[in-house]
Design a protein around this ligand. Structure first.
Ligand code: NAG
Ligand code: NAG
Length: 144
């Protein structure tokens, strides 16, 4: 095989690997309100903004996305624990999805990874695959 053909095959193979990985590494992230009567949150990435969502106890919000090949996908979450009158009581923001969360949630291709965030009065808990075996991550500023 001459070097021109080899280069062509190399480019083809690289493109194939790029296509497979970038097309199939999908994530579904679900936010569960476990205990907050009036929860509001705002989740956004560079390209997507879900706006302010309000939720009551046992409410869920989920979205699915393909991760960028360069691992740059980042969703920021701002959470507001609201008073009944609609004024915020406490506020926290953190990266609800980034490459560290992806690592924790699972990174094999050809699988739709499921990541869960449980919000309670004691803080924010993470789980992968199913909503259980919660790992404590963040607390509300005034709790604990
Ligand atoms: C979302 O809620 C926050 C906090 O109350 C507020 O500052 C912001 O303007 C709201 N954004 C929209 C788009 O309503
Ligand atoms: C939330 O779900 C739990 C478990 O299913 C249930 O026991 C509880 O009554 C629910 N609370 C509300 C406010 O819906």
């Amino acid at each position: 095989m001459d070097s021109k053909n080899f280069l062509f095959l190399l480019v083809l193979a690289s493109y194939h690997i790029y296509f497979v990985t970038s097309s199939f590494e999908t994530y579904t992230v679900e936010v569960i309100d476990g205990k907050i009567e009036h929860l509001m949150f705002h989740i956004a990435s560079k390209d997507t903004d879900f706006g302010n969502k309000t939720m009551t106890i046992n409410g869920t919000f989920r979205w699915k996305f393909r991760r960028n090949f360069d691992e740059s996908t980042l969703y920021r979450g701002e959470f507001f624990w609201m008073n009944a009158d609609g004024t915020p009581l406490q506020e926290v923001d953190f990266n609800i999805f980034n490459k560290d969360v992806a690592r924790e949630c699972g990174q094999s291709i050809l699988v739709d990874h499921k990541c869960f965030w449980l919000v309670t009065d004691t803080g924010f808990y993470f789980a992968k695959d199913t909503p259980g075996n919660w790992v404590f991550k963040y607390k509300w500023p005034l709790s604990g």
